[in-house]
Design a binder for this molecule. Structure first.
Ligand code: DGL
Length: 275
């Protein structure tokens, strides 16, 4: 039987992680859940995020038979990884450690910048993971970016200007602290869609790390050995390897999700996880 990897996000931004995973593990079945009814997680408390994330993880494991879980949501990874691990019995991978490891591999100066949601920044999960890798990290919340991506404004001048302001502030803070950052971590599911604008706004030579790509690499390392190499063949099987679930707004998910996944998401199924 082909194994199932469950991928969880607060919304459909986590499809950027699924895209990176599917490119590396084409033989695997994926069940993706976007908790769109309760998005955004990035402005909520640890307690609430942990409750929502644990319920979502249980849905993927108990009802979809996921044998591994990838927590694509940076906010849930930062604030609720323990709660998720306590709620299910399968291996769970978050995106924070892989992002910090990729920053370690990229940075020469040892100083890195991280942009993320408010909750992720307040948790200092990236700073702690970077410290464990011997890096100094300066984090900044960029709360306007998720709504701009949700609106589909990934190449509007207003979005470029918002990014420029956030990054100027962050670079000024880094300079005031005597840091010499050479790497920027995109610590939110939605930011990979802004990568072209972000790359234009960073100082020359700064490397941009996509935690979605880093998490997919880590998943292959962690789960790859446990995944039977039973290949599904042909288009019919290909269509069967991804099922998407959302707790609200399936139409919006179907419409915008393809941007994140880079191919049509197909029919999204509505689920009710309770309160
Ligand atoms: N998925 C969240 C993250 O990666 C962004 C959206 C939200 O705030 O729920 O942090």
């Amino acid at each position: 039987m082909t194994p199932t990897i469950g991928v969880f996000d607060s919304g459909f931004g986590g499809l950027t992680v699924l895209r990176a995973l599917a490119a590396r593990l084409p033989q695997v079945r994926f069940a993706f859940l976007g908790d769109t009814a309760r998005l955004p997680y990035g402005s909520k408390s640890r307690r609430t995020i942990a409750r929502y994330a644990a319920q979502s993880a249980q849905f993927l494991v108990r009802e979809q038979g996921a044998e591994f879980l990838v927590i694509a949501c940076n906010t849930a990874s930062a604030l609720a990884l323990d709660a998720i691990q306590d709620a299910v019995t399968v291996p769970v991978l978050g995106v924070i450690e892989p992002g910090a490891s990729a920053a370690r591999a990229a940075s020469r100066s040892g100083d890195v910048l991280v942009i993320a949601t408010d909750a992720t920044v307040q948790s200092h999960a990236y700073a702690a993971a970077c410290r464990a890798q011997g890096l100094r990290a300066l984090e900044k919340a960029c709360p306007l970016l998720v709504p701009l991506v949700e609106e589909g404004w990934t190449d509007q001048p207003v979005t470029a200007e918002v990014i420029r302001i956030y990054l100027n502030e962050l670079n000024a803070e880094a300079a005031a602290l005597g840091l010499n950052p050479d790497t920027l971590v995109l610590g939110c599911t939605h930011y990979p869609l802004l990568r072209p604008l972000i790359e234009r706004a960073v100082p020359a030579g700064m490397r941009v790390i996509d935690s979605a790509e880093a998490a997919a690499e880590a998943a292959v390392r962690q789960f790859g050995g446990g995944i039977a190499l039973e290949r599904t063949a042909g288009q019919e099987a290909r269509n069967g390897v991804l099922r998407c679930f959302a707790t609200d707004s399936v139409e919006k998910f179907e419409r915008l999700g393809s941007r994140f996944l880079d191919r049509p998401v197909g029919k999204v199924e509505l689920v009710d996880l309770g309160g």
